[in-house]
Write a protein that binds this ligand. Structure first.
Ligand SMILES: [Zn+2]
Length: 67
Protein backbone atom coordinates (compact mmCIF):
# COMPACT_ATOMS: atom_id res chain seq x y z
CA UNK A 1 0.00 0.00 0.00
CA UNK A 2 1.41 3.33 -1.03
CA UNK A 3 0.30 6.45 0.74
CA UNK A 4 -0.57 9.52 -1.28
CA UNK A 5 1.44 12.65 -0.71
CA UNK A 6 -0.29 16.01 -0.63
CA UNK A 7 1.35 18.40 -3.07
CA UNK A 8 0.81 22.08 -3.78
CA UNK A 9 -0.58 22.40 -7.35
CA UNK A 10 1.19 25.73 -7.82
CA UNK A 11 4.76 25.12 -6.73
CA UNK A 12 4.99 21.37 -6.13
CA UNK A 13 5.90 21.71 -2.47
CA UNK A 14 4.85 18.98 -0.09
CA UNK A 15 4.46 21.51 2.72
CA UNK A 16 0.71 21.62 2.38
CA UNK A 17 -1.52 21.90 5.40
CA UNK A 18 -5.26 21.52 5.67
CA UNK A 19 -7.22 24.56 6.72
CA UNK A 20 -10.79 24.05 7.82
CA UNK A 21 -12.86 27.11 7.22
CA UNK A 22 -14.98 28.21 10.14
CA UNK A 23 -16.59 31.12 8.35
CA UNK A 24 -17.89 29.53 5.17
CA UNK A 25 -20.84 27.22 5.05
CA UNK A 26 -19.87 25.79 1.70
CA UNK A 27 -20.27 22.11 1.02
CA UNK A 28 -16.50 21.80 0.85
CA UNK A 29 -15.12 23.78 3.78
CA UNK A 30 -11.63 22.37 3.51
CA UNK A 31 -8.89 24.53 2.06
CA UNK A 32 -5.29 23.69 1.48
CA UNK A 33 -2.50 26.10 2.27
CA UNK A 34 1.03 25.87 0.95
CA UNK A 35 3.64 26.76 3.54
CA UNK A 36 6.40 27.42 1.02
CA UNK A 37 7.52 31.00 1.62
CA UNK A 38 7.50 32.10 -2.00
CA UNK A 39 4.18 30.49 -2.89
CA UNK A 40 1.39 31.10 -0.41
CA UNK A 41 -1.14 29.06 -2.31
CA UNK A 42 -4.54 28.80 -0.68
CA UNK A 43 -7.33 26.91 -2.35
CA UNK A 44 -9.65 23.95 -2.37
CA UNK A 45 -7.55 22.00 -4.83
CA UNK A 46 -4.62 19.88 -3.78
CA UNK A 47 -2.73 17.29 -5.75
CA UNK A 48 -2.36 13.86 -4.17
CA UNK A 49 0.42 11.86 -5.71
CA UNK A 50 2.53 8.77 -5.24
CA UNK A 51 6.23 9.27 -4.67
CA UNK A 52 6.98 8.37 -8.29
CA UNK A 53 4.45 10.84 -9.66
CA UNK A 54 5.63 13.54 -7.28
CA UNK A 55 9.03 13.71 -8.92
CA UNK A 56 7.49 14.05 -12.38
CA UNK A 57 4.99 16.64 -11.14
CA UNK A 58 7.69 18.82 -9.59
CA UNK A 59 9.80 18.55 -12.73
CA UNK A 60 6.87 19.65 -14.88
CA UNK A 61 6.24 22.67 -12.65
CA UNK A 62 9.89 23.62 -12.77
CA UNK A 63 9.91 23.46 -16.54
CA UNK A 64 6.70 25.45 -16.82
CA UNK A 65 8.01 28.22 -14.56
CA UNK A 66 11.19 28.70 -16.58
CA UNK A 67 9.39 29.25 -19.87
ZN1 LIG B 1 3.04 26.09 -3.15
Amino acid sequence: MSEKIRVCPRCGSTQVEIVRSTTMTASNPINYRCKATDCGYLGTVCAELDADDLERFQLAIKQASTQ
